[in-house]
Design a protein around this ligand. Sequence first.
Ligand code: FCB
Length: 450
Amino acid sequence: MSIEFPRGFLLGSATSAYQIEGAAAEDGRQDSIWDVFCRVPGAIVNGEDGLVACDHYHRYAEDAKLLAALGMNTYRFSVSWSRVLNDGVVNRAGMDFYSRLVDELLANDVTPWLTLYHWDLPAALPGGWTNRDTAKRFVDYALAVHERLGDRVRTWTTLNEPWCSSFLSYAAGVHAPGQTDPAASIRAAHHLLLAHGWAVQALREADPSASLGATINFTPALPASDSARDRDVARRVDGTTNRFFVEPVFTGHYPADVLDDLAEIWPDDLVAEEDLAAISTPIDVLGVNYYTTNVFRAGEPTEPTPHIAAPDAVQVLRDLPLTGMGWEVDPAGLRNLLTWLHADYTGPAGVPLVITESGAAFDDVADEAGYVDDADRIDYLRRHLTAVREAMDAGADVRGYLVWSLMDNFEWAHGYAKRFGLVRVDSDLNRIPKASARWFADVARTGRVG
Ligand code: FCB
């Protein structure tokens, strides 16, 4: 059965600065917290880092042509804060790179979608996201980038996946800066949301017609059984994973049950009077990143954990296929997520949804020419695109689907072993489109999934 998306539906792919650019010390770029984290022994599989990555910094023109050759109408990339500002002062050479990239995209008829923050905080900012001042610095950064690129970039995302840059980074220690302090992770989460809200206010004032939003990663949490304990553990995981972020952005309140769950460690001095009003400043689009749905049962507490309200959460695998990350393939979870978001948050606010990341790592096998016949990835994408269409048929206002990722890249603490790309990047950094790239190019060109 073939499905079709409406005209103007965004079909493209996403990447992020630290994962692809390389040139980590070139043209005045300073360290981000990821450069520092990569130097911590044992933090990254095989001790890998983003020093060279995919060398996109030098190959951006080739990559823009690749996007066009693959029929993509939209490309979501992120800006490296520590490349464009040095101790708060604009680094012209760093800005020039993004200006050239945007020009190249536009010359190839690919619409740029810019994410300001995809985890690579300047290492020089004291206290990182635990410091309220970092949210103020973020506004300066947002305005500086907008000043240079706002004439050509019309869609701006403040944050990518604040759950990862707070709970996964400051409570579980899995991501930079690698802290394991639950109270610090709450501070980080609130300051990230504040940075988002203040940046939306500032950008709105600077550019009333720009499309502004945030990208939140949603991992629905379901109970393993109907027992009260399992249902409660799933509720608590869902609270800090999903509702902690979407609820204040759309309603101006943190979820009451989450505040109860975290009461003992919630810092009293954290939330100032006008913070939630800023956080709930209206946005124009909600970016949704979806990879999987998780099922939990109540078990023995473990620390450190990103699930700071549910250290007793134990994930249970269902009888579903797994990706190379060990994540369950659950397209129905995406359909249900979009329907829920539309009904409870974005629909009433009149805000459209765009899938800003969806995709899968698999254990790709390349032939002698470097070609990967990745039927598993095609199947994943086909099923998730179908789920999006189903959610739209049920009334959800979804305007686009961007694949994670354009090309194999530095998958954070997993290093380079986990390949999410539609395009293979070999050890000489050649770009070789996989079968999935050819398949997706057809979807992108026709708007149809055959
Ligand atoms: C998301 C991140 C992205 C990539 C994918 C696999 O959480 O936004 O950078 O790591 O997962």
